[in-house]
Write a protein of this length. Sequence first.
Length: 117
Amino acid sequence: VQLVESGGGLVQPGGSLRLSCAASGSRFYRYDMSWYRQAPGKEREFVARISRDAGGTGYTDSVKGRFTISRDNARNMVYLQMNNLKVDDTAVYYCSAFDSTWATRTWGQGTEVTVSS
């Protein structure tokens, strides 16, 4: 699977952005999908995940209640709706696909989100 993120940009604190991740290849439904982020000078961290059938989601504490992950298996897409953005959300956001059969993880190239006034 290949992943391409989009939707990043500059937004003021309190604003919203919707990130998209387009997956190529077949059997997208086999992958657990996640969003990670890496802020300048920091390690990459987990943000949100969604199960293969979209029946389960999980979030890091700092984004709970503000971010929502979703997926459309018919379109091979994953989304991250980000509301009430804070300066600390500034980072490069990466889409990731995990194949539990082979225990392999694939990354996209990232999309940059800057939250600043």
